[in-house]
Structures are given as C-alpha cells and as structure tokens.
Design a protein around this ligand. Structure first.
Ligand code: URA
Length: 243
C-alpha cells in the first residue's frame, strides 16, 4: 500500500463543540466505559515516579516506560472480543479455550507513539503496525497530515492506536477521524495512552463515544504551553534521547 497524505476531514475543537469547561467535566461519566484507567497500584506509582523524575537516568526512564507501556497494551488487548477455541491437551483432555475473535493491528502516531511499538511486538510478535505522522501547522493551527501508511485490511479488525501523550486532543481527534475516514469502525479503536488530562479525554470522548481509551494516569491540568502538569515533560524527546 502506497503511503498517503490525503488530509482527513478537518475538525477544530472550537468549531463543533464548546471549549473545555473544567468545572463541568465529570470523569466518572467516562470511567469504565470510554476510559479504562490502570489500577493505581503502588508498583505502578513507583514506575511513574521513575518516569517523572527530571533527574532519572535514561536507562531507568526507558525501563520504567516500557514496563508501563506493556501493562497498557495488555489492558487494551483485554478489551477486545475473544471467541471459544477448544484445544486437546497432551493428556487427551479438552481445554475450553479462547482466541481473539478479530484481527488486531497497531497504528502508532509518529513520533512518540513509536515508543509503544516494541512492547506491542513483544506481546504480539506478528502484529502489523501502521504509522501516521500528523503535526499542528504553526499558522493554521490545524493538524496537518504528513505521512500515513496503514495495513490494507485495517477495517477488518481492531486497531490499537498508540499515542502516549493525550494533551489538548487536537492531533488525537484528527488521527481518529483519519481512521474513520479509512473505514475503521469507531468501536474498533482502542486508544493506548500513557498519560492524559481532562481536556484530552473530553476532546476525544465527546466526539467519539465508542472509542475506548486505556491510560495509566489522568493528570491535573495543562499549563499555558500545553504540557501536562505534573506531567512527564516531552515524552518523545526523553524516550528517544533527543532532549
Ligand atoms: N506532549 C508531551 O510530550 N508532553 C506533554 O506534557 C504534552 C504533550
């Protein structure tokens, strides 16, 4: 399949819905349905503590990030449908088993989303992974599509959309819209995300109520530069060592 840069249908947040109102945002309306937050165990908090420490050594940062990303990918796969698949065990008995009911592919949002590809491959070695490169145009403020390469049969199964940072939601909304334009069913998209904020959840879930978001943390807020607080800094730069 040739890479394509057909622009997705545009959709600035301000044009089709009121801007985010923190006072009326109710996370309980989304938790368990649209938003699946990993259990906030002490171990998960300890991994987050390593990742968020500005003085973390790079190997420690990568190790903690990969462990949390693997937890997120497994949680995303747990949301997909499974069907009955019995097998005969070595002692001749029947094990009443399960197998995925539909194919799964990954789509990473370049560049930070590429940090999730390794753990997805570790869990599903033969998974096919598409890529989308979309960046906000400095002048129009609209997300601009630079590159996309997606599996040809992406519409036939579920898509794990990998984007560790869900902040304002602008790029996420445009990316999901692009997948819908390609024929992916909204309910077949599982957004695998490391950290998010109420603004990002609101932007995605109000437009796409059937998309499910798996995340490991809901941050307090965005600062004036659209960084999440307390946050993790620029995740792509820290993960790929370009900071
Ligand atoms: N992207 C990042 O890498 N970090 C943020 O806090 C927000 C967007």
């Amino acid at each position: 399949d040739e890479p394509s840069t057909d622009q997705p249908s545009t959709d600035e947040p301000s044009t089709d819905q009121p801007s985010f109102d923190a006072s009326s945002f109710d996370i309980d309306a989304y938790l368990g349905s649209s938003v699946h937050l990993l259990p906030q165990t002490p171990r998960l908090r300890a991994l987050h503590t390593v990742m968020r420490d500005r003085g973390a050594r790079r190997d420690a940062f990568l190790h903690a990030s990969d462990l949390v990303i693997r937890m997120l990918i497994k949680a995303g796969l747990d949301l997909l449908p499974y069907e009955r698949h019995d097998v005969t065990t070595p002692v001749g008995a029947t094990y009443e088993g399960l197998r995925p009911a539909s194919p799964v592919c990954g789509v990473s949002v370049v560049r930070a989303g590429e940090s999730m590809e390794g753990e997805l491959r570790a869990v599903l070695p033969d998974v096919r992974i598409g890529k989308i490169l979309m960046q906000r145009d400095k002048e129009t403020k609209q997300p601009h599509l630079y590159y996309t390469s997606l599996p040809a049969d992406i519409t036939e199964g579920h898509v794990l959309l990998m984007e560790p940072m869900l902040a304002t939601g602008g790029t996420a909304v445009a990316t999901i819209r692009l997948l819908l334009d390609k024929g992916v069913a909204e309910e077949n998209i599982v957004f695998v995300n490391l950290i998010t904020v109420p603004e990002g959840i609101d932007a995605v879930c109000r437009r796409f109520p059937k998309v499910r978001i798996v995340t490991s943390s809901i941050e307090e807020r965005l600062n004036e530069n659209a960084y999440m607080i307390p946050g993790i800094g620029d995740f792509g730069d820290r993960y790929f060592g370009t900071d």
